[in-house]
Write a protein that binds this ligand. Structure first.
Ligand SMILES: Nc1nc2c(c(=O)[nH]1)N[C@H]1C(S)=C(S)[C@@H](COP(=O)(O)OP(=O)(O)OC[C@H]3O[C@@H](n4cnc5c(N)ncnc54)[C@H](O)[C@@H]3O)O[C@H]1N2
Ligand code: MOO
Length: 407
């Protein structure tokens, strides 16, 4: 059976990131958070724009103060006060200083700033009682970056620091990649919506709502296509429509070997390339992955926990890669200590849901209590990680290191 690692490689290989010109859209800086930059950003200005003070204090000539000490303070005449935001009009001559504030432009003649705490003010004179380093507390024009230098490359995720950089560079409209469009449908005659009255044998479609929440959290657009009955015509129509509208189609249910599990046949009849139909993992073995050109199709197992585990392990990284991010789309694993004994039959890569607790600065994995069934949603609530036992590993003891996937 296909290993999880090989399945992941097949999926990544099939993902074509949204890098075409038609995938680029212009957004306001205020709505750019979490978007992916689509064109590089270059600075039009040096930063800092001018030589300026890094402290509230006095702008002086180093040659005046380089021998200052508590025993031999230097007395300078204050000839100007320079608040931030103004162009100084004076030139500081020998024996002179300017009162200056953090961020204010350095006046001509001055090359060093003495911080306020190292001085004593006496009317229009200042006593300097410490020798500074040459050019101390002056931020020089272009120290941080120069006009023409690239500030941000294509493919990075925009968060607070990048947004600050864009604002400082006066980029108030930014090219980003459009959000991936993800269509979700649930298949099964037994399914009803949460609002419908349950008849004997029926089950509420919870997968669609959970998957939609996960897709939205990743910043992608969701198209909820509802419940599709296990009828070949209905399913064929629904999948064809989903493929025409979306970059990724996710269905859940109908992928194992039951008589009514039509999905594989339908995918083939619609011209899909089916890459695999099972993965050596538990839960989640009956996972189908197919492509229609650049459109990805994930047929997730119907069992609610299996649907979420396969989403976290495979669909989430695929959405990340598709979104145009340049690096770091892979599933993220942490090495932590097990706080419970974890077991597997050793035949499948086994995913055990639970919670990471931070104890004395060390993350410990505590498995969820109750019944571990891929049909039982209840103990998945409030979990934040999946411990992963590789094929062949049947037991992880308390205190042993284990790899966890953050969810
Ligand atoms: N003979 C075999 N039977 C099964 C196998 C197998 O290898 N051989 N694999 C089992 C495993 S493992 C899983 S997982 C399931 C996957 O089955 P399907 O993907 O075909 O899903 P369904 O049969 O449609 O449903 C399974 C289960 O999940 C419930 N379900 C389905 N959709 C939803 C939904 N949208 N929201 C909530 N719950 C849903 C459904 O009612 C069933 O209880 O197959 C095993 N069988
Ligand atoms: O692999 Mo299934 O996904 O156990 O319920």
């Amino acid at each position: 059976m296909l290993s999880v690692r090989d399945a992941e490689a097949i999926i990544f290989d099939a993902v074509q990131p949204l890098h075409q010109p038609q995938d680029i859209e212009l957004v306001d800086l205020c709505t750019a958070n979490q978007r992916i930059l689509a064109t590089p950003v270059t600075s039009g200005l040096d930063f800092p724009h001018w030589d300026n003070s890094a402290m509230d204090g006095y702008a002086v000539r180093y040659e005046d103060v380089h021998n200052a000490s508590v025993e031999n303070p230097v007395v300078l005449e204050i000839v100007a006060e320079i608040p931030a935001g103004y162009q100084p009009q004076v030139t500081i001559k020998l024996g002179q200083a300017a009162r200056i504030f953090t961020g204010a432009v350095m006046p001509n003649g001055a090359d060093t700033v003495i911080m306020q705490e190292k001085t004593r003010r006496e009317a229009n004179r200042v006593l300097i009682n410490t020798a500074p380093q040459p050019q101390e507390f002056v931020r020089h024009q272009g120290d941080f970056y120069q006009a023409g230098s690239q500030l941000l490359p294509v493919g990075i995720g925009l968060q607070a620091p990048e947004i600050a950089i864009l604002a400082a560079a006066q980029c108030d409209r930014i090219n980003v990649f459009r959000r991936p469009r993800v269509a979700i449908l649930s298949s099964g005659d037994e399914l009803v919506t949460p609002a419908q009255t349950l008849k004997p044998g029926q089950i509420v479609d919870s997968n669609q709502y959970a998957l939609a929440a996960l897709v939205k959290q990743l910043g992608a657009e969701v198209l909820m296509l509802g419940i599709v009955k296990d009828d070949q015509n209905n399913l064929q129509k629904a999948i064809a429509e989903a493929v025409s509208q979306a970059d990724i189609v996710i269905s859940s249910g109908g992928v194992s070997v039951g008589e009514y599990d039509y999905i594989q046949q339908i995918l083939l009849s619609l011209g899909a390339k089916i890459h695999f139909q099972a993965v050596q993992m538990h839960p989640g073995k009956p996972l189908t992955f197919a492509t229609f050109g650049n459109v990805l199709y994930f047929g997730l197992p119907g069992n609610p926990v299996s649907a979420l585990v396969t989403f976290w392990r495979f669909v989430q990284p695929a959405i990340h890669k598709l979104s145009g991010i340049a690096a770091g789309w892979e599933a993220k694993f942490l090495r932590v200590l097990a706080d419970d004994e974890l077991t597997s039959n050793g035949k499948m890569e086994t995913y055990i849901w639970g919670k990471l607790h931070l104890i004395d600065g060390v993350y410990k994995f505590h498995k969820a209590g109750g019944n571990y069934s891929s049909g039982n949603l209840i103990n998945l609530a409030q979990t934040n990680a999946l411990a992963v036992l590789p094929v062949g590993k049947t037991q992880v003891c308390v205190g042993e290191e284990v790899l966890v996937l953050l969810t």
